[in-house]
Design a protein. Structure first.
Length: 186
């Protein structure tokens, strides 16, 4: 099944490059300085508006922030974004997130997300296999707005917590989806 998801991811990235998102200037990704600036601003906004994220940040060994992931499709979709891994308040690595989906879907969306790595083992898994597919490897818990209000640092015991924020646009559908995080050079 992983080969199928990889094929869909490649097709999704191809759709992205061919004009699903007609922002040719951003197809190559933002500069290192721009990516760090937008990533840091996105993290600061998330921490200021979401108490659970602020609590997790104090205990996390690192935080991977994707300030702007672009997603879209009709039946077959793709998504792509670049982010910064923050460790001890400093940019320590850069990653891309790419994915594909197949099924009944239509729309275009832009959003950010942050992943709080709560232990070294979870962080090491990020690079162990040259990135990982979300849903494979360490346990990743997606924290929605309602869950964030109920969680405290004593009830949060998983490896990685992910927050989605700043959603714009509309994407509706039901289908099979894969997502891979890969370290990149900036």
């Amino acid at each position: 099944m992983s080969d199928v998801l990889l094929r869909f991811a490649r097709f999704g990235v191809l759709l992205f490059v061919l004009g699903l998102f007609p922002l040719a200037a951003h197809a190559a990704g933002p500069s290192k300085a721009e990516l760090e600036k937008t990533s840091k601003a996105a993290l600061q906004t998330l921490l200021a508006t979401t108490p659970a994220a602020k609590s997790l940040n104090a205990q996390a060994v690192a935080v991977l922030v994707f300030p702007a992931v672009k997603k879209g499709g009709v039946m077959v979709g793709g998504q792509y974004g670049e982010g910064v891994l923050w460790r001890n308040g400093k940019a320590s690595a850069y990653y891309s997130t790419a994915g594909a989906s197949y099924g009944m879907q239509i729309g275009v969306q832009k959003y950010g997300y942050a992943m709080f790595f709560m232990n070294e083992t979870a962080l090491q898994a990020l690079d162990a296999a040259q990135g990982f597919e979300v849903g494979v490897g360490p346990s990743v818990v997606l924290v929605d707005e309602g869950m964030a209000r109920q969680k405290t640092t004593t009830t949060m015991k998983d490896d990685i917590y992910a927050f989605i924020f700043s959603q714009k646009g509309l994407m509706a559908g039901l289908g099979l989806q894969g997502n891979k995080l890969t370290r990149i050079e900036k």
